[in-house]
Design a protein around this ligand. Structure first.
Ligand code: NAD
Ligand code: WQD
Length: 356
C-alpha cells in the first residue's frame, strides 16, 4: 500500500490521538499539529508506546497562517488532512461565541486556503450529531439519518454547521477536491491498553468522564439531568460510540476520498445505531467498576434533547464501516484508563502497568 501522509490538526486531543494511532497502525505517515490548548504533548509518547512509531508533531495554531504554511512547506508529501482542531465546550460557546466562530469557522477557512495553496485537496472534517439539534421535532427521524433537517441549538453546534457549508462551498469551487463530513455521536471509552484516553482539562462536561471522576472519588455523585424525558426510564437517550471504532471510521472515510471514483463533499453519521439512557450508562459503568455509583436526579440541562441516536446505515454501505465494540467494552476500557492514569497525561505512563 502507498504510504500516504496525513496531516492531523488537533491530533494530540482525544479523538485525534486515537485516529493518529489507528492511521500509523494501518501504515499511513502522520504529521500532527496542535496548539495544546486542550491537550498534552505526552499523547505523542503514549502513541509511540502503543504502536512503536512516533508521529511527527508541531505545536502550531490552526488560525496561524504562516505556522500552517511552514508545516506544508516542510512536508510536501502531505496528501490529505483530518481536521479535528476546534473548541468544543457547548457551555463555553454560549459565553464566548465570537471566539468559537474565530477558531472553529475561521480556522477551517484558513486551513482550506493553505491546503489549496499547497495542492492538497482531500479533507475529513469532525462534525457532530449536534448539527441535528432536536431531531424528535421531525417525524420519523429517530434514529437520525443524514437527511434529517439541520438545526443546532447552541453556538458550538452552529460552528459545526457553518463549517460543513464552508467546506462544501470550497469543494464545489475546486474541481477534483473531496471532503468527508463525519457527524460523530457520543464518543467514549479509551484504548484497551489503558495507555491512551480522554484527559479533559478543567471540569469535564460529558457524562462518562464525569462518571469516571465519581468512580475514583474525585466527585461525590453524578447529577442526572432530568428523569422526566419520554424514554423507558425517564432519562435522555444517546448513541455512545467507542473511540477506537470512531477512529477507524476516519480511515474508512480517507479511503473513500482516495478512491478516484469519488469527488465532492458528503456527510456520514458515525454512530452505533443503538441508544442508551443515562441510567443505563450509570449501570454499565458501575458494572465495569464493580460497584453501584451514586447519583442524584437534578433538573434538565438547558439545551439537552430527548434522543440523539444515529442511523449509521450510509457509512456501513458507502464506507464499509460499522462499529464493532460494545458499550461494555467502552466502560471497561474507560475504567482501566481512569485507574491507570490518576493524573491523566500529567505523568509518564508507568511501564510496569504494560506488563499486566
Ligand atoms: P479535544 O479538545 O480533545 O481535541 C481538540 C484538539 O484541538 C485539542 O488537542 C486542542 O488543543 C486542539 N486545538 C484547539 N484549538 C486549536 C487551535 N486553534 N489550533 C490548533 N489546535 C487547536 O476534542 P475531541 O473530543 O478530540 O474533539 C475533536 C473534534 O471532534 C473537535 O472538532 C470536536 O468539536 C469534534 N467532536 C467531538 C465530540 C466529542 O464529544 N468529543 C463529538 C462530536 C464532534
Ligand atoms: C450525555 C447525556 C445529559 C452530564 C455533547 C455535545 C455534543 C457532542 C457530544 C461535541 C445527556 C446527561 C450529562 C451529567 C447527565 N460534542 N448528563 N449528567 O450533551 O449528548 O453531547 O457531547 O460535538 O455536541 O452537546 O453529551 O456527555 O454531555 O451528555 O445526566 O453530569 O448525559 O443530560 O442526556 P451530549 P454529554
Amino acid at each position: 500500500m502507498a504510504k500516504e501522509t496525513v496531516l492531523i490538526t488537533g491530533g494530540t486531543g482525544y479523538i485525534g490521538s486515537f485516529t493518529a494511532l489507528e492511521l500509523l497502525v494501518a501504515g499511513y505517515n502522520v504529521v500532527i499539529i496542535d496548539n495544546l490548548y486542550n491537550s498534552s504533548e505526552e499523547t505523542i509518547n503514549r502513541i509511540e508506546l502503543i504502536c512503536g512509531i512516533r508521529p511527527t508533531f508541531y505545536k502550531v495554531d490552526v488560525t496561524d497562517t504562516p505556522g500552517l504554511e511552514s508545516v506544508f512547506e516542510k512536508h510536501s508529501e502531505i496528501s490529505s488532512v483530518i481536521h479535528f482542531a476546534a473548541l468544543k465546550s457547548v457551555g463555553q460557546s454560549g459565553e464566548i461565541p465570537a471566539e468559537y466562530y474565530r477558531v472553529n469557522v475561521g480556522g477551517t477557512a484558513q486551513l482550506l486556503s493553505v491546503m489549496k495553496k499547497y495542492g492538497v485537496d482531500k479533507i475529513v472534517f469532525s462534525s457532530s450529531a449536534t448539527v441535528y439539534g432536536d431531531a424528535t421535532r421531525h417525524p420519523g427521524m429517530i434514529p437520525i439519518p443524514e437527511e434529517c433537517p439541520l438545526g443546532p441549538t447552541n453556538p458550538y453546534g452552529r460552528t459545526k454547521w457553518f463549517n460543513e457549508m464552508v467546506i462544501e462551498d470550497h469543494v464545489n469551487a475546486n474541481k477534483g477536491s473531496a471532503a468527508a463530513l463525519l457527524r460523530y455521536f457520543n464518543p467514549c471509552g479509551a484504548h484497551p491498553s489503558g495507555v491512551l484516553g480522554e484527559d479533559p482539562q478543567g471540569v469535564p462536561y460529558n457524562l462518562l468522564p464525569l462518571l469516571g471522576q465519581v468512580a475514583v472519588g474525585k466527585r461525590e455523585k453524578l447529577l442526572v439531568f432530568g428523569d422526566d424525558y419520554q424514554s423507558h426510564d425517564g432519562t435522555a437517550i444517546r448513541d455512545y460510540i467507542h473511540v477506537v471504532d470512531l477512529a477507524q471510521g476516519h480511515i474508512a472515510a480517507l479511503k473513500k476520498l482516495y478512491d478516484p471514483s469519488f469527488a465532492g463533499c458528503k456527510a456520514w453519521n458515525l454512530g452505533t445505531g443503538r441508544g442508551s439512557t443515562v441510567f443505563e450508562i450509570i449501570e454499565a459503568f458501575g458494572k465495569a467498576v464493580g460497584r453501584k455509583l451514586p447519583y442524584e436526579v437534578a433538573p434538565r440541562r438547558p439545551g439537552d434533547v430527548l434522543d440523539l441516536t444515529a442511523k449509521p446505515d450510509l457509512a456501513r454501505r458507502e464506507l464499509q464501516w460499522h462499529t464493532r465494540k460494545t458499550l461494555e467494552e467502552a466502560c471497561e476500557d474507560l475504567w482501566r484508563w481512569v485507574k491507570n492514569n490518576p493524573s491523566g497525561y500529567r505523568e509518564e505512563y508507568k511501564k510496569e502497568l504494560l506488563e499486566e
